[in-house]
Design a protein around this ligand. Structure first.
Ligand code: FAD
Length: 517
């Protein structure tokens, strides 16, 4: 680290820009100072899970060390550094002056908030400034809005097929999808048999107790738990690649099949847990899908196309798509509240203390691991919040805080869009709502639950059931014209009038006593 040395160029690296293969690092340049910083503005814009704060800082520190080892000049400001002014603009201003910087370069931030901060800072700067690509995504920020120009709903499937063609992934030479189909969802999504044992997840062991102490002493308010002496997430590229290899070797074979399965016994099942490594850019989406396709090509006897296609769809489809939706609709996306929901997020989202076994398990698991898989996020905590009419602002803050992979561009689009339909149907063609029958069909929670998944009314009736019909009934004016909902309205309309009244009364009782469920 240097104090008075002069550099021509300052290059800022944000905490989620740990892309070792970025063209910046291909050449050593004594005139370039790389700057990384841990700042309180980033730890406090929402209450984060302790594993998320530890994971980001540990990965940033490992990245800075790697750059230094490779001969680059790095100024790394730790959270407790006396020089640290605790915000990007303040620290940058100081560094630019201290080193007489002539040019500031930064990679495009993925968050709208940081994009604005950086633009405003650069406007105020006398030195030259320049934003470059983060060289991570397969699409540019504006590609998706161009693709869907003039459309109200952005059908992900159309975008995904275009991506497959453009990037020649799982395509035949005649331009048709490999295997003749674009989508193998019908073969996927099975309940996990009770006797089935998935592999133990690959966990790393980092002693981050010092870092943990520093975060605590700095007064950073966090949630969730951690064994700081055995931090389990990958914190550098080498470990991220190991996790990818583990996925390819042990998990890919059943990834699609059990993608939607839920069980209280296993927290990771066949999910890759690569989202943290991907979102911090320690891995690139391209290399991940290429490795998965390569593994399938090498062993088609064991791994069937349905598993591989299902995985590729998540990465080049959903992930890129969500980023595109974000840039097409921010900042107004963060205000969207189609149903005008405004109920307070129940306390058990922070503790897991509820008698609903599926919600309790999803929350407790999230507090313990900073992780829940997609169906837990969508069909358990998300579904319940939507049925109960929870304020999307509060829900966003919860999802943004609790998961190690949560960065706004991918969190808010999944939460407001996919999960809460708060965008009125940009991401989804209909709300993802279900009664307890889905929980029972896909998971093992209902058998150990105090509530009966078959009952709609009564003291032991599963709250998901009456709340489901209450949701449909109260939003009839907004949803009845949606042809994908019409069948459910027909079912509701055919129900006996007294039964319907009982269901509505039951749901209203639940809503009045939401904290007691
Ligand atoms: P796998 O099941 O192994 O999937 C592989 C990869 O596909 C993931 O790592 C991820 O990069 C990508 N992927 C899968 N589904 C999606 C999706 N819907 N959107 C974008 N990428 C996807 N994902 C985040 O990365 N950060 C978030 O903050 C986040 N918040 C979410 C909030 C809600 C309400 C919902 C319903 C989903 C959210 N997701 C988020 C999407 C998804 O649930 C996670 O990407 C996934 O659970 C991460 O675990 P995994 O790596 O084991 O994923």
């Amino acid at each position: 680290m240097s104090s008075q040395k002069k550099y021509t160029t300052l290059r800022l690296i944000l905490g989620d820009q740990l892309n070792r293969n970025h063209s910046w690092f291909q050449r050593k340049d004594d005139d370039v100072l790389y700057v990384m910083m841990e700042v309180l503005t980033e730890t406090s814009y929402v209450r984060h899970h302790i594993q998320k704060v530890l994971g980001f800082f540990a990965a940033m520190r490992a990245f800075a060390r790697e750059l230094e080892r490779a001969g680059h000049q790095v100024l790394y400001l730790k959270l407790d550094d006396v020089r640290n002014l605790q915000s990007f603009p303040a620290n940058l201003q100081w560094t630019v002056a201290e080193h007489s910087i002539l040019r500031l370069e930064y990679q495009e931030p993925d968050e709208y908030r940081l994009d604005v901060i950086m633009r405003e800072f650069c406007d105020s700067l006398e030195s030259e400034s320049h934003m470059v690509s983060s060289e991570h995504f397969l699409t540019e920020r504006e590609d998706l809005s161009e693709f869907f120009k003039g459309k109200k709903t952005y059908i992900m499937e159309n975008f995904y097929r275009d991506m497959r063609k453009k990037h020649e992934l799982l395509m035949q030479s005649d331009g048709q999808p490999v295997g003749g189909r674009w989508n193998y969802d019908v073969e996927n999504r099975k309940k996990i048999p009770k006797t089935h044992r998935p592999p133990e997840p690959l966990l790393f062991e980092h002693d981050l107790s010092q870092l943990h102490d520093m975060i605590t002493h700095a007064g950073v308010e966090t949630l969730g738990t951690v064994d700081a002496q055995r931090f389990t997430w990958p914190i550098d590229r080498k470990e991220s690649l190991e996790l990818l290899e583990f996925f390819v070797r042990d998990l890919l074979v059943h990834f699609g099949t059990f993608q939607d399965a839920m069980t209280p016994e296993y927290w990771a099942l066949y999910h890759s847990r690569l989202s943290f490594a991907l979102n911090t850019k320690m891995l690139s989406p391209k290399e991940v899908v290429e490795r998965v396709i390569e593994a399938w090509e090498a062993d088609k006897e064991t791994i069937d196309i349905a598993q591989v296609e299902g995985f590729v769809r998540q990465i080049i489809g959903w992930r890129e798509y969500m980023r595109g939706v974000y840039w097409a609709h921010m900042p107004s996306y963060a205000e969207k509240n189609f149903f005008q929901h405004d109920r307070k997020l129940p306390e058990y989202y922070w503790t897991g203390e509820t008698s609903m076994a599926c919600v309790s398990h999803a929350v407790k698991q999230s507090l313990e691991y900073a992780y829940a898989h997609h169906i837990q996020r969508l069909m358990v905590t998300g579904n319940f919040a939507l049925l109960a009419g929870i304020d999307p602002d509060q829900l966003d803050a919860w999802y943004l805080g609790i998961y190690i992979d949560a960065i706004e561009w991918v969190e808010i689009t999944n939460t407001r869009g996919m999960s809460q339909f708060a965008d009125g149907g940009i991401v989804g063609t209909k709300p993802y709502v279900s009664s307890a029958s889905y929980m029972h069909k896909m998971g093992h929670h209902c058998s150990g639950c105090r509530y009966d998944h078959k009952k709609k009314v009564g003291e032991d009736a599963c709250p998901f059931n009456s709340l489901y019909w209450h949701f449909l009934d109260r939003h009839r004016d907004r949803l009845a014209k949606n042809h994908r909902m019409s069948m459910m309205y027909r079912v509701w309309d055919r129900m006996d009038r007294t039964d319907k009244q009982d269901i509505i009364a039951q749901a209203e009782h639940h809503l009045e006593h939401l904290e007691e469920l």
